[in-house]
Design a protein. Structure first.
Length: 170
């Protein structure tokens, strides 16, 4: 195993842990038994820093572990998929748009919004199927929208203000 791969695995493990902690730090329950949290901030950053595979693993596993630790076991598998897809989308959308747009900020904002749309729609579909009612699934939309806004704003702000200024290690 080479040094670059070891560094990437190490940063992935750290971001997985940070995602879990950020998800569990503040949990505001929603009507569909989900919860609003700060984990999406780290999920998006994981995608931008690590790329689609390692970013998806860090964001998905960290978020799913938070669900397991917090007693939201039924959500863990779908969270793994949704949060992994979010990190991959954040990476790909940013990669494509940063080449086409003059500034990286607009590309990063768009990528964060795209990732959060995946989260909002993913949980809406899951909850609609799980509870057998689109109306019940729709009850979670307001909370997921609030989480999406919080996740997009915080991830872009933290990346642009802090992370972008740190020398690349991987």
């Amino acid at each position: 195993m080479n040094d670059k791969k070891i560094k990437r695995l190490t940063v992935s493990a750290l971001l997985c842990a940070f995602t879990c902690i950020a998800t569990m730090l503040i949990r505001i329950p929603t009507p569909t038994k989900g919860y609003v949290n700060l984990g999406d901030c780290i999920v998006n950053i994981s995608g931008w820093l690590l790329g689609p595979a390692y970013g998806a693993a860090a964001g998905g596993v960290g978020s799913a572990l938070a669900d397991l630790f917090a007693g939201y076991t039924i959500y863990a598998p779908v969270t793994l998929v949704i949060k992994g897809a979010m990190a991959a989308a954040a990476f790909y959308v940013y990669s494509v748009l940063s080449r086409k747009l003059r500034g990286s900020l607009a590309a990063r904002i768009t990528a964060a919004v795209a990732a959060e749309v995946i989260m909002i729609l993913g949980y809406f579909v899951f909850e609609s199927v799980f509870y057998g009612s689109v109306a019940t699934g729709a009850l979670g939309l307001a909370g997921n929208l609030a989480q999406g806004i919080m996740g997009a704003v915080s991830s872009v702000a933290i990346y642009e203000i802090v992370i972008k200024r740190i020398p690349k290690i991987i």
